[in-house]
Design a protein around this ligand. Structure first.
Ligand code: SF4
Length: 635
């Protein structure tokens, strides 16, 4: 076999297959390290910023290994790029045939049985979109809802999706031609299976069964792993989850109507009890009035469980093929009820490693109760890192330190990785000449009440220098609205505020509007790709530390401090670094991109932790006066 450096060398197979390909040292180093990890059974961590070409750097060794590999990513955009563009390119270049499957979670696929039942029960579709879905359902070959020209509303799609709680598997008459099971079978025979982090970590949490067995794993966008692993282990109780459970029961059984009324009363009591404590996220133990409300809900769940045990056969709406099918359906329904009971029990008696907290949704002010482990490291070590020969973790933002020495301490500790080969792949970008970093003077402190007034003229000046073309990013909605109100009428460029349009439309507006300015919060820190001059300035209001009031953050900090480690140094600072690098990463996306980051938090210039954080950022030229931008933007 050709050595891997020849694959990436000038005149090599990648250059022959990819027009405009340029050999990049960082890409080659990354590929070499990953190949060694596959051959020697070691885990590999690589930070590879934009421009390194990280997907080819892991795809080449992956295909050359001849092993079964799962690639998991955080975003659909990256999954589609791998499936439609990068993998076909590498298979062509290396002349290695490979079977590749992009597998999504069950609820992305249409359930033929539900569609058939619904159409049998109703002459007419209840809405225009449902009519469109019925028509699509009759002709689709894949059952993948991504084929629909619109995103269906959650409660409509739920009536048709292939969710596990509604599926009797081999007892279903459509089992052989079921879209989801066909796709899962295809994945069994694939060399490479592409999934998202939600599905990957759910498979781990369930002890397998969703994904076929694999030899190696590549976790791209690995800075999201802790979040997705925690999400997969989070048990939730809310009006939404109870409503879903009842709707599923109603689809299969003739359930007495008094249960709906009883749960509705219980949920109203639960929500009003949770509203007694202010804040969007707080630990459950801070609210004693939640206990009786939870007891009431638990009583209703017991009654429902007892009713189902007594009526699981006679109350079925459709005659089952046999008793086994009826029992499967009962077990599925029972699973949802028991899961809610378990959530209440876990919340009432959290263990040393788990916490229970309350969360209020922004959109409709509804509440949910969550319970989850705050530390997933032991679990991931046992379930993933000790069981898989080689796991590759890569992202543009996973190092919390620019030195090779201990550059990934935060990631390794939070995910439970004890040993791995490590690399920060050198960037092909010339940051000192392509980017400027402005840090506001020390007196500008976002914790002071007059911050917005002092920051507003700086924002205006930055926007004048960059002629708009900017994201102005905030760590809180309140601060966003306060500053926006001060500057909106003084900005001579088209301006939009997050929330004025749906996210995708806002981005579309930003890409096609000359000199646009977008004021936004956290959700715009990540996963946004605006290449070229259109985005030339990113203004960030403050160092993005996680909120210390967040119950998960609190629990993680307390756990570190119980081990004699500083929660600030070992959790807050590295979290802020990763987040700030995401904001920074919006700016320089190609060798010709130029731009500035303005950090309006003067503490970055005056504190010990500020200098640690700045040192971890890409090496843009630091400026202290905005005048210095004149030449930069006119060049
Ligand atoms: S096997 Fe399950 S998901 Fe597939 S069509 Fe039947 S019930 Fe639906």
């Amino acid at each position: 076999m050709t050595a891997i450096d020849e694959v990436f060398a000038p005149g090599g197979p990648i250059e022959k297959s990819l027009a405009g390909f340029e050999a990049r040292p960082g890409q080659l180093q990354m590929a070499q390290l990953i190949e060694r990890g596959f051959l020697e059974g070691m885990h590999t961590i690589v930070e590879a910023g934009t421009g390194v070409g990280k997907s080819l750097a892991y795809l080449v060794p992956a295909l050359r290994s001849g092993k079964k590999i799962v690639i998991s990513t955080g975003t659909i955009a990256l999954q589609e790029q791998l499936y439609n563009k990068d993998i076909p390119l590498v298979t062509r270049a290396l002349d290695i045939p490979a079977r590749v499957t992009l597998l999504k979670g069950r609820n992305h696929y249409l359930c033929k049985q539900k569609l058939e039942n619904m159409r049998a029960d109703r002459l007419l579709a209840p809405s225009r979109t449902m009519q469109q879905m019925w028509e699509w359902g009759a002709r689709t070959q894949t059952g993948d809802r991504a084929e629909l020209p619109f995103l269906p509303a959650g409660d409509e799609w739920e009536q048709l999706d292939a969710d596990a709680d509604d599926c009797v598997g081999e007892y279903c008459e459509h089992f052989r031609e079921c879209f989801f099971f066909k796709k899962r079978d295809e994945a069994k025979f694939a060399d490479i299976v592409i999934v998202n982090h939600a599905l990957f970590f759910l498979d781990l949490a369930m002890g397998g069964g969703l994904l076929p067995p694999y030899d190696f794993v590549v976790l791209d966008e690995a800075h999201q792993c802790e979040r997705w692993a925690t999400a997969a282990l989070t048990a939730t109780l809310s009006r939404g989850t109870i409503g879903r459970m009842l709707r599923k029961l109603h689809r299969s059984y003739t359930v007495p109507g008094h249960f709906d009324a009883e749960f509705d009363r219980g949920l109203r009591g639960f929500e009003s009890a949770l509203a007694h404590v202010p804040g969007d996220r707080y630990p459950l133990h801070a609210n004693e009035s939640a206990w009786p409300a939870l007891e009431t809900l638990r009583d209703s769940l017991y009654k429902l469980e007892n009713w189902l045990y007594a009526n699981w056969h006679d109350a079925l709406k459709r005659k089952p093929q046999n008793d086994a099918e009826a029992e499967r359906r009962r077990d599925l329904a029972m699973r949802a009820i028991l899961a809610h009971q378990a959530t209440i029990e876990r919340a009432q008696a959290p263990s040393d490693t788990a916490i229970a907290w309350v969360e209020r949704a922004d959109a409709d002010s509804s509440y949910q109760l969550n319970s989850a482990p705050y530390d997933v490291s032991e679990y991931l070590r046992g379930m993933l890192f000790e069981r898989t020969q080689s796991v590759v973790l890569t992202s543009a933002t996973i190092a919390d330190n620019r030195s090779e020495d201990g550059a990934f301490e935060f990631l390794k500790r939070s995910l439970g990785i004890t040993e791995a080969q490590e690399l920060i792949a050198p960037s092909p970008f010339d940051y000192p000449s392509q980017a400027r970093l402005y840090v506001a003077p020390p007196e500008l402190n976002p914790k002071t009440p007059h911050f917005a007034k002092l920051a507003a003229p700086l924002i205006e000046e930055c926007l004048d220098r960059s002629r708009g073309r900017a994201f102005v990013l905030f760590t809180s909605h309140a601060r966003l609205r306060e500053v926006y109100a001060l500057v909106r009428e003084r900005i001579a460029f088209p301006v939009r505020l997050q929330g004025e349009l749906p996210r995708m439309h806002l981005l579309e507006w930003f890409r096609r509007t000359p000199n646009a300015v977008l004021f936004a919060t956290g959700t715009f820190w990540e996963g946004i790709d605006v290449v070229g001059e259109q985005l030339s300035c990113v203004i960030i209001d403050r160092l993005p530390f996680p909120s210390p009031a967040d119950p998960l953050v609190q629990a993680r900090i307390e756990a570190l401090e119980a081990r004699g480690l500083s929660g600030f140094d070992h959790y807050m600072i590295p979290s802020a670094i990763v987040r700030l690098k995401q904001g920074f990463g919006r700016l320089v996306r190609s060798k010709s991109d130029r731009g500035m980051v303005a950090l309006l938090d003067g503490r970055a210039a005056s504190s010990r932790y500020g200098s640690l954080i700045l040192r971890a950022l890409p090496p843009a030229t630091r400026i202290t006066h905005l005048d210095e931008l004149k030449e930069f933007f006119n060049a």
